[in-house]
Design a protein around this ligand. Structure first.
Ligand code: TTP
Ligand code: MG
Length: 653
């Protein structure tokens, strides 16, 4: 059957069917891509998931048409103007290039799978995946040869590889090994930036200088030390900035390294043939649009098409694209950054005893105030973070007229925020103060700081948390607070970072939070979606509890609404808190393409867990999460429609 279907004269509808499952990860180069596409296509054809994919494709086509119409209106004079704009901008951006730092990106190989094999050596050499029939978290390199990959439903993986062994996830185990790796990273850069459990960025400039040793030698040494400490292998990229280091770490995976020298020529040569999709921050949608409309496939082509990019995109997006074309990325050292926020939080056994909750709040306010006084800080935005008994994360924020630092002031405003949530059963309360008073040593929350120079120097700005994280490194589950606008360039030490940039097409739907009197309740992963460079002053308001209720109780109506009503922005219910003003969200034409992503985010109610099946998927895996959520969406709709209460699309374990 397979042979006859691949005969050249037959129609091959699957060839144009691209999902994240059909993208190759490391170790999948020799895979028969068409076979994977066909299996995924056949197993999802006719399903709601499939329809959803088609709808997304249609939206991309629509976006391309929209671009085409706008491009058609550009006169020769316009184009010559934009060519000048692009040329000037390219020069300006190039002048910000910093080749003085050596960055190392380390990424563990087949991390969860490797950890599982360590505890059960009989798995060695056999194709195996960590996860379940509905979703797999990762696959070892043996399984990848069959096209099996992370974020793929297990039943499709089994179809691709009938002998595939499934091992359930054990997050504790992965955290344990992650901590061991971080101890090694710390020896090379105490300010290393953890990007996920298995990934980190290290500035090795100093250690190279001190030991008169090359980046390549450090990479060799670090890899063997990680192996000694954990029994696991990792791959490393070394480059003048983080964006390139990440690309480099994937080149010789598994158990390999790639070093890009610190000179402009080497960078430009490297970038000249680099497919755009290799860049963290360019996902499927952006790739399709850049390829489909502009014919841009490699990073260098961004520069060649600079005039069109400048004419048709916002400044921030075109700057992002041009910087990719120049191979620019974040280079700043964490210790050079300024604190943008300070926070304190406490986890406890879930309780709904209001008196107890207020007591905990008072303790936290006390701790926070003491920390602020030690550092001479005062701030005027106070954010309350709550984790409910069912692990939903909510945040509430208020921006005040005056700067505060005393425990009494903090407690007074925090109590107001908490009061609006009662009754509630909580297992965590956190408080964060930002918008510091510059006279008192803080950094002004000056929006003009978000110049491109700052943006590029801070690199992964769009994915930063404003959290105060004091532990050794941190992971995504440490991301707690929603950030206000300025936290897009939040600059704390030991922070978690993700990609260098977020996909401009995938971050528009949640735009800036109005920094005056805004109230937001967006969970941690949503926080990452805030577009620090968006021109919209949209307050994105999502009540995650409300979302959960809607997605679980009445999925059909509400999920369909969000999918179909593309300009909808989730609103939080009215409440009586007088501090909550100015909540009207605005929508712009741009948002119409993004509500599917918005839907995706709503399903991730905790830092990394899917609210529907509990699958663990770190928030840095933006696209995989989206696919996973879409899958659930389709499953739910299918169940509702069939009235069977069980999905024929997704077999359950
Ligand atoms: P990755 O580093 O992307 O993948 P990996 O370490 O398994 O394989 P490699 O780096 O060699 O390509 O992700 C790290 C871990 O994060 C992975 O082992 C499991 C988890 N993860 C998920 O849970 N879901 C996902 O969709 C992805 C991509 C990763
Ligand atoms: Mg990895």
């Amino acid at each position: 059957m397979e042979e006859s279907e691949s005969a050249s004269d037959k129609p091959r509808p699957w060839q144009s069917y691209h999902t994240v499952y059909t993208n190759a990860k490391a170790g999948m180069d020799g895979v028969d891509k068409e076979k994977v596409q066909r299996v995924v296509y056949e197993m999802s054809k006719g399903s709601k998931y499939f329809e959803n994919e088609e709808r997304k494709e249609a939206l991309i086509r629509q976006k391309i048409e929209h671009m085409r119409a706008r491009a058609a209106k550009l006169s020769a004079a316009d184009l010559s103007h934009y060519q000048k704009v692009a040329d000037k901008r390219i020069l300006e951006l190039d002048s910000t290039r910093d080749l003085s730092r050596i960055w190392l990106h380390v990424d563990m190989d087949a991390f969860y799978a490797a950890v599982e094999t360590l505890s059960n050596p009989s798995l060695k050499g056999k194709p195996m995946a960590v996860g379940s029939m509905s979703m797999i978290s990762t696959a070892n390199y043996e399984a990848r040869k069959f096209g099996v990959r992370a974020a793929m439903p297990g039943f499709i993986a089994r179809k691709l590889c009938p002998d595939l062994i499934f091992v359930p996830t054990d997050f504790k185990k992965y955290t344990y090994y992650s901590d061991l790796t971080r101890k090694v990273f710390w020896d090379y850069d105490p300010n290393f930036m953890a990007a996920s459990l298995d990934e980190a960025y290290l500035d090795i400039t100093k250690v190279c200088e001190e030991r008169s040793i090359t980046g390549a030698e450090i990479a060799e040494e670090l890899r063997s030390r990680v192996h000694e400490e954990t029994g696991l292998t990792c791959s490393v990229g070394v480059a003048p900035n983080r964006l390139l280091a990440k690309v480099c770490s994937d080149i010789n995976k598994p158990n390999g390294q790639f070093v890009l020298p610190n000179n402009r020529m080497a960078v430009m040569t490297f970038i000249s043939s680099l497919p755009i999709r290799k860049i963290g921050g360019i996902g499927k949608v952006t790739e399709n649009i850049l390829k489909g409309f502009f014919g841009i496939s490699t990073c260098e082509e961004m520069l060649q098409k600079g005039s069109f990019l400048c004419a048709l995109f916002s400044h921030s997006s075109s700057d992002f694209f041009l910087s990719v074309g120049l191979g620019l990325g974040g280079t700043d050292t964490p210790e050079a950054r300024f604190r943008k926020s300070i926070s304190s939080e406490r986890t406890f056994s879930a309780t709904e005893d209001a008196a107890l909750l207020y007591q905990k709040l008072a303790d936290i306010a006390e701790m926070l105030s003491a920390d602020m006084q030690k550092e001479g800080l005062s701030g005027r935005t106070l954010t309350l973070k709550l984790k409910t008994a069912s692990f939903e994360v909510r945040t509430r924020a208020v921006t005040l007229q005056k700067y505060i630092f005393s425990s009494d002031d903090i407690l007074k405003h925090a109590s107001n925020l908490l009061k609006a949530e009662l009754p509630i059963s909580l297992r965590l309360i956190g408080l964060r103060v930002s918008h510091f008073n510059e006279d008192k040593g803080g950094v002004p929350g000056d929006p003009t700081q978000k110049t491109l120079t700052t943006f590029f120097k801070s690199g992964d700005a769009s994915r930063r948390t404003g959290d105060d994280q004091r532990s050794l490194g941190s992971d995504l589950s440490d991301l707690h607070f929603i950030s206000e606008k300025e936290t897009a360039i939040s600059l704390d030490n030991n922070e978690t970072c993700h990609h260098e940039f977020s996909d401009p097409f995938e971050r528009k739907h949640l735009s800036d939070i109005d920094d005056k009197n805004c109230i937001s309740s967006i969970n941690a992963c949503e926080m990452e979606k805030i577009d620090e460079l968006s021109s919209n002053k949209t307050a994105a308001m999502v009540n995650t509890a409300d979302v959960k209720e809607r997605t679980t109780k009445s999925p059909k109506r509400d999920l369909s609404r969000v999918s179909e009503d593309d300009s909808s922005v989730q609103r939080e219910p009215e409440d009586s808190n007088p501090d909550r003003l100015n909540k009207e969200p605005s929508t712009s034409g741009n948002e119409e393409f993004f509500s599917l992503n918005q839907m995706e985010m709503l399903l991730w109610v905790d830092d990394y867990k899917c609210s529907l099946c509990g699958a663990e998927l770190p928030s840095s895996f933006v696209e995989e999460r989206q696919e996973h959520s879409d899958f659930h969406l389709a499953e739910r709709l299918q169940e509702e429609e069939s009235g069977t209460g069980s999905s024929s699309l997704i077999p359950r374990l």
